[in-house]
Design a protein around this ligand. Sequence first.
Ligand code: NAG
Ligand code: NAG
Ligand code: NAG
Length: 359
Amino acid sequence: MLSLLCAVVMVFYVPLPPGFENMSPFPLPYFDDYGDDDDQNLPVPEIDHEEWFEEQLEADLKWSFALNGVLHAETSEFQDIVLLDTKRFGKALVIDGKLQSAEKDEFIYSECLVHPALLIHDNPKTVFIMGGSQGSTAREALKHKDLEKVVMCDIDKVLVDFCRLHLTANEEAYRDERLQIAINDAKEELEKSEEKYDVIIGDLADPIEGGTCNHLYTKSFYQQVLKPRLKDHGIFVTQGGPAGILSHKQIFTSIYNTIKQVFKYVIAYTAHIPSYADSWGWVLASDEELKLDVEELKVKIKERMKGDLYYLDGDSIFSSTVLNKTVSTALVNETHVFTEEDARFVYGHGLTAANSSTT
Ligand SMILES: *[C@@H]1O[C@H](CO)[C@@H](O)[C@H](O)[C@H]1NC(C)=O
Ligand SMILES: *[C@@H]1O[C@H](CO)[C@@H](O)[C@H](O)[C@H]1NC(C)=O
Ligand SMILES: *[C@@H]1O[C@H](CO)[C@@H](O)[C@H](O)[C@H]1NC(C)=O
């Protein structure tokens, strides 16, 4: 059914909203002018002061994007979905008022989420992605030639279809026959079979009041559902939310500490993401010792991967795990553990909370 739908989607030309007729439906790759020397010489864009998207980062902090326009907006059963065309960051997906990914710099998040786990693992064959609607996580995983199967499990079919239609940078990943898409809650999907995976990836929205995936950050979920679905030597990695010098205690340290209750070896690492206006964190874990050997990582990148990396290499994977004292002490000192009764949230709320006053 799903593959049939995709076939249909691929065949038909998608009309763009008025004002966007001249935009190519197949934009340049997401990284096209990243790091070009002549970036400095780009003309300063004309800003229409009427068209801005404002993201409320905190009760007392907003982050604004000048827009070329709003490409699409839709509300699913689970969340508010908007695709913006921003002047600075290209196409940007916003869910429940929060920026999820932007064309210009999503490669940082996607590479950091996927490759350290897959490269540290000795011989990964199967991957399960919790969430991942945007397709970028699958795209990165599929760069590993020896992977046999990548399951992407997202609860929101409307969002998955939306991204597939509009985030054209990931088209090729969807054509890869190793990719399987399941529309389900990741917990239910993992519970319904005995199948085990080499790597499980949490590409989930941050825990947020009324969000759809808060239960996928709890100790009981990690212990009773997720860990039993990992093979021997299996590795779990999840996005860990904001990790900046002023934001790491919102959820990053708690996610780290919660995972530490369940797995023997845990590594936290971070990278700065311009469109998030902050650093971001990830947490990687296993019961097997996690070896971070730079030379070995370099060899594995060369041997195992097809397609380029634009952010990570052996050295930067290693350096991303070296955190300054403020953050590393806070990680070690954290005592909070995510449970059903005692969660922590980032600022904001999902559709099911407070009845969508988001717009
Ligand atoms: C300290 O580390 C965090 C996490 O890596 C990072 O977000 C932050 O920018 C660092 N602080 C400074 C001043 O570099
Ligand atoms: C971490 O815990 C130690 C020992 O309890 C304490 O002395 C230190 O102030 C704490 N550091 C931070 C950054 O919370
Ligand atoms: C949604 O908001 C309306 C009006 O404010 C209220 O009457 C209703 O009970 C709310 N629904 C939920 C599920 O909170």
